[in-house]
Ligand binder design. Sequence first.
Ligand code: BES
Ligand code: MG
Ligand code: ZN
Length: 525
Amino acid sequence: MAAPMRVRTTFSIFRRVSSQFGSWNRNYCSDVTKKGIIVGVYSKEDDKEEGFVFTKAAEEVNDRASGRLQELLNIAGPTVKQGKAKILYDVNQDFSSVAVVGLGKQSAGYNNVEQVNEAKENIRAAIAAGATQLRESGAKHISVDPCSDAQAAAEGASLALFSYDELKDESKRKPLVELDILGNTEKSAKEQWARGMTLASSQNFARTLMEMPANRLTPRRFAEITGEQLRITKTIVTRAHTQQWAMEKNMGGFLSVAKGSDQPPIFLEMTYNGTDPAVKPLILIGKGVTFDSGGISIKPAQNMDAMRADMGGAAVVAGAMDAIATLQLPINVVALTPLCENLLNGSANKPGDVVKAMNGKTIQIDNTDAEGRVLLADALCYACTEFEPRAVIDLATLTGAVDVALGSAATGTFSTSETLWSDLHQAGVETGDRLWRLPLYKHYTSQVTESHLADVNNVGKHPRSAGSCTGAAFLKEFVTVPEWAHLDIAGVMENKDEIPYLVKGMTGRPLRTLVEFVARMANQS
Ligand code: BES
Ligand code: MG
Ligand code: ZN
């Protein structure tokens, strides 16, 4: 069996869990009673037929146990439903429990209607079910069948075991589990496994930041924690720009949102050079509102706690940088996250106030709850003028309207570039964390540029119509490069029960899609 790798179920900040093979050997779990394995079975191609087909690894386990896996499974009932797990005990002396998980049909692949690679999604969901059930039954070390895609298997296991419970009493926390790949697999499968572990770990980092309560994750703490995390990769330089710096840059939009709070704002800049520094960088921007009360246009009390995750864009971008550096992708990337709170003290923005963005455009703030676009305006100006970007992509929990439109099925995506859109979309097909395109028509632009007092208004003329599109149209007014995409991630911010391999809570979506996109872009150049 391959060397085990420890995975955190609780993301412990300041301590990176290695995603390289051979590490953590000293922690190897020698207690057989706490060892579990996950093996996959496919269902028969003919729906009417009962029974299953073993994966290669399941076949090997069955052989080693002289057919006992098959026997026990026949007793338990010979079908394992897709995405479900059956736990078997006493299969072999090497481990205490086996989760047999249903992978669905072996013929699964790209589904044109779903616009997703279903083979990979099926693996993630099935392995996730096995991992959580084995942990429930006391397993401390789980070896995972790579199925036909070790990366998807690693992602399913590691994402499913995440739990943000560091603020709870120890007795209430989910136990830590070690994960590794099952069997004597080839080098390529081990590399895929390690890649999946890296991506899941970075996404779990983003989830941790999003879950953290706003009193503990202020702009300053966000910058500190992210700085510590990214320092581990040794290849990212982080700079936490101050309020003074933002004033010198004339970031009147960002500063206007921040001044309603006692917490000073921070404009965090993260630079990764994976190739010749002369090569134009990709710029990633993440909305970093560590709490959004709505300001004077205050939000209703119900579910307002979820607004601790209004820095989801910043978290995903920071987590993506972590993965990009760990994978040593040959590309230059700069991440920009304007961090502040949207609160309401005596200096807060008032409806009707007019502020001036970095590019000189004036913004009439008719609704202080549409704050994301006001601070992103400055970040977009900075990205377009300070660098010579090959592309700019912003991620933001920008509008409740995108949740109305798409729910949590896909990230609403706007782009001025066909190729950028197509590449982003393709990446989502592979990761299962999908993107869906929405329009950037002039129709919407006119609704935000006809402002009574200023150049633009931060809300559309018809506030009940196409809120995500007018939000995107507003941002477009501050973009001066041809290759731009805006990802409205408000609808995918939180998981109730829709994504089987993500537990309830903040998701860190669409981190894996973003990193997949960056990896492909890196290979193009
Ligand atoms: N952070 C919110 C958007 C949001 C809503 C994110 C739900 C996640 C879940 C954003 O700042 C906001 O309040 N947007 C307003 C815009 C409106 C005033 C034009 C909204 O969606 O209501
Ligand atoms: Mg708001
Ligand atoms: Zn917001």
